[in-house]
Design a protein around this ligand. Structure first.
Ligand SMILES: Cc1cc2nc3c(=O)[nH]c(=O)nc-3n(C[C@H](O)[C@H](O)[C@H](O)COP(=O)(O)OP(=O)(O)OC[C@H]3O[C@@H](n4cnc5c(N)ncnc54)[C@H](O)[C@@H]3O)c2cc1C
Length: 259
């Protein structure tokens, strides 16, 4: 016997269509990272943590496609922010950084993903762990949390190479200063400014134990960054006794640059 689908089920099953976005604004976040604001003719509200695919097509028909997390909160309609790190010899990231100009068009498809997502209404507490540009989907969660007026206890442990390379540094500081339950803990792995009082090493077991302690036994935990960082952090969290069903991970790269 066949069952009829409701209209909403039909909509969910329909494959996502490519659409042409327009680059509305560019913001330099750090020396190697830019945020691109794309206005979309078919904007769909996303879930914080989801991503878009970007597809480039050369005049000879050659295509390259990569995924980029949505940095903006779903409360901002009509456009999305993608925050892209420039990789040496990176095919797509170098095009997005060095060729694409305001007013140019770019093909995108999304929002995609139903696992590495978090709405403020679900509650917490939340433990977020990021390496470099892995902070992007976590920033969407943090921005959404603020936009929704959530006060769920949330801690972000954020590993960057140096102070200059901290993505969203100013905004994170301002959000933390609002004292609504968000705390940001930085570690700088390669160089630290004079008088630096944060961590100064790669994320390890004692650092995770200290950072997670105020959140109780089993906070919802999201880890994102280079593959090596994500795997190491996930293993350490399991070793610390965090239930595996509380840990969600997203890997950005094949090997990733060491943080
Ligand atoms: C779900 C998802 C979300 C993502 N979100 C973001 C995001 O928000 N911002 C962002 O900057 N990137 C993000 N990425 C990574 C992105 O999709 C690309 O892999 C990255 O931009 C490299 O593409 P490229 O064409 O420039 O480099 P490529 O030409 O593919 O690779 C160039 C060189 O860099 C290495 N490399 C490839 N990817 C990475 C990486 N991520 N880290 C370090 N080295 C790498 C390759 O091994 C190669 O040596 C995401 C990936 C996934 C799967």
């Amino acid at each position: 016997m066949t069952q009829k689908s409701t209209p909403s089920e039909v909509r969910l099953k329909r494959p996502l269509r490519w659409q042409v976005g327009t680059l509305a604004a560019v913001r330099q976040e750090t020396p190697r990272v830019k945020t691109l604001t794309l206005s979309l003719p078919e904007w769909i509200p996303h879930r914080p943590g989801q991503h878009y695919d970007v597809r480039l097509t050369a005049p000879d028909g050659y295509q390259a496609q990569r995924s980029y997390s949505i940095a903006s909160e779903p409360e901002r309609s009509g456009e999305i922010d993608l925050t892209v790190e420039l990789l040496e010899d990176g095919e797509v990231s170098s095009y997005l950084h060095q060729v694409l100009r305001e007013g140019d068009q770019v093909e995108v498809r999304g929002p995609i993903g139903g696992y590495f997502v978090r709405e403020a209404a679900i509650g917490g507490p939340l433990f977020l762990v990021a390496g470099g540009s892995g902070v992007v989907p976590l920033m969407a969660m943090i921005r959404h949390r603020a936009a929704a007026g959530s006060r769920v206890p949330t801690r972000l442990l954020f590993s960057s190479r140096s102070a200059e390379e901290i993505i969203y540094a100013g905004e994170l500081e301002a959000l933390q200063a609002a004292q609504d339950g968000l705390e940001v803990i930085h570690t700088l792995t390669r160089s630290q400014p004079t008088g630096w009082r944060g961590y100064a090493r790669r994320i390890d077991r004692p650092m995770l134990a200290e950072a997670i302690a105020p959140l109780g036994d089993a906070p919802w935990t999201y880890v994102c960054g280079p593959t090596l960082l994500v795997e190491s952090v996930a293993n350490l969290l399991v070793g610390l006794g965090l239930p595996t069903d509380r840990i969600r991970t997203e890997r950005f790269g094949p090997t990733g640059s060491p943080e």
